[in-house]
Design a protein around this ligand. Structure first.
Ligand SMILES: C[S@@+](CC[C@H](N)C(=O)[O-])C[C@H]1O[C@@H](n2cnc3c(N)ncnc32)[C@H](O)[C@@H]1O
Length: 413
């Protein structure tokens, strides 16, 4: 049991902006006393206020009535769970809608539930041991409820819809900024209020251009999962398939890398090399998610013969690239550039270029001879003689033939 949140400085600060930005269909998440819903109702067509607390819903209804605020409906829901249930479960939807007499809200819930504005004054304090109060505590670190909100909000927001949040410096601005970027939002701070022991910040948030494009393609659950020097990777779901979207890391100075990579992957896919390209556009491309281990982890986890088979397969792919005169670069250090699924998949072709004498195979020989790789291979019972490899790699370098490749492969046993 917890108390309903009594409007405070954060509530009043947010309400000023809610009045400015409200229009169309508005959702007030964690409505508490209903203060934001009531502020939104001045200009909105329809406002829905939701809260995890039944007591909050009761109080919000009472307050809205008292203030004669129109077009507001309050429901009990943990974040977007109610809408998700309405959308996913037909029986639940029918039963729920039966109870709703008002035509406007009935019609809205019956169709796609998308909002022009979503408001959230989240509980943001880090959990204090032994005290249960969902109106102020946002999880162990304080930002967990906000993160869950951000991970789901876009699905309930119109393409050009906006989100308004207020939070305190106690939640850590850097963390909130990072979360917003992780979920592919654009945002700006529109207000700030210094209090005695904290600063309140108001953010106006919208979908980034990339997020809009990806959602139009039907992608769901879009979230950043890795950052390289040059690229940013997002994971997403496309129907039941897991996919990866690669875009440029905004911090990288390099130009045209994404377009370059798309160009090479298209050609390499015809030779069954590289991640399977699904679609691409200005500054991004999407490929099938590759589930597996990076090369050294794979060798470590598997038996000797599996390791040898994989290394040989990589050599054969690199030979095709050599024949195409594609130089992948960085094959002497491919630790995070080869993922072993059912077979090894080479990734990261952003620096790939055409050259007369590609170094894919010779660089990979270098990698096998490097201290860590050699030690791991030895541990697995794969002994490599550096002098022999160097000699064979030199021969191959002079004449890049299948025969010379086979000589290299023959020492792997
Ligand atoms: C800081 S209060 C804000 C109340 C009100 N909106 C305001 O501005 O004064 C946070 C509200 O979020 C609600 N809340 C906490 N976790 C929630 C969740 N998972 N889903 C919906 N509401 C939640 C709490 O019950 C509380 O009413």
């Amino acid at each position: 049991m917890f108390e309903v949140y009594e409007p405070m400085e954060d509530s009043f600060l947010l309400a000023e902006h809610v009045k400015k930005h409200s229009h169309g269909f508005v959702l007030d998440v964690g409505t508490g006393s209903g203060i934001q819903s009531i502020a939104a109702s001045e200009k909105a067509k329809l406002v829905i206020g939701i809260d995890i607390s039944r007591d909050a819903i009761k109080l919000a209804r009472k307050n809205a009535l008292k203030q004669n605020a129109k077009n507001i409906h309050f429901f009990e829901s943990s974040l977007f769970d109610l809408f998700k249930k309405i959308q996913a479960k037909k029986q639940f939807k029918n039963n729920f809608l039966k109870k709703i007499k008002n035509k406007k809200i009935h019609g809205f819930l019956e169709k796609n539930i998308l909002f022009d504005l979503i408001i959230f004054n989240p509980p943001y304090l880090p959990q204090d041991k032994g005290i249960e109060d969902k109106s102020i505590y946002g999880g162990i670190k304080g930002h967990e409820t906000l993160e869950r909100f951000l991970s789901e909000a876009s699905e309930h927001l119109k393409e050009n819809g906006k989100i308004l949040i207020v939070f305190s410096s106690l939640t850590k601005k850097e963390k909130v900024d990072e979360l917003l970027k992780d979920y592919c939002f654009e945002f700006r701070q529109i207000d700030e209020k210094k209090l005695f022991f904290e600063t309140l910040l108001v953010y106006l948030i919208k979908k980034s251009g990339l997020l809009k494009i990806l959602e139009k393609k039907g992608l769901k659950n879009i979230k950043k999962f890795a950052r390289g020097h040059r690229g940013l990777l997002y994971k997403a779901n496309l129907k039941k398939k897991k996919i990866v979207i690669k875009t440029k890391n905004p911090k990288s100075e390099a130009k045209g890398r994404i377009a370059n990579e798309v160009k090479w992957i298209k050609i390499l896919n015809k030779h069954n090399i590289g991640p399977k390209l699904l679609f691409s556009g200005m500054g991004y491309f999407a490929y099938e998610f590759i589930k597996g281990d990076f090369i050294l982890d794979f060798i470590e986890k598997n038996k000797k013969q599996e390791g040898i088979k994989t290394i040989k397969n990589i050599f054969n792919q690199l030979y095709i690239m050599d024949k195409l005169k594609f130089d992948k670069e960085e094959m002497h250090h491919p630790l995070k550039h080869i993922i072993i699924d059912k077979k090894p998949v080479l990734i990261d072709f952003e620096r790939c270029k055409i050259t007369k004498k590609p170094k894919n195979i010779t660089q990979f020989c270098q990698f096998l001879m490097s201290k860590n790789t050699k030690a791991l291979l030895k541990q697995k019972g794969i002994k490599l003689n550096n002098d022999k490899i160097i000699k064979l790699a030199k021969t191959y370098k002079k004449e890049q033939t299948k025969e010379n490749l086979n000589k290299i492969l023959s020492i792997l046993n």
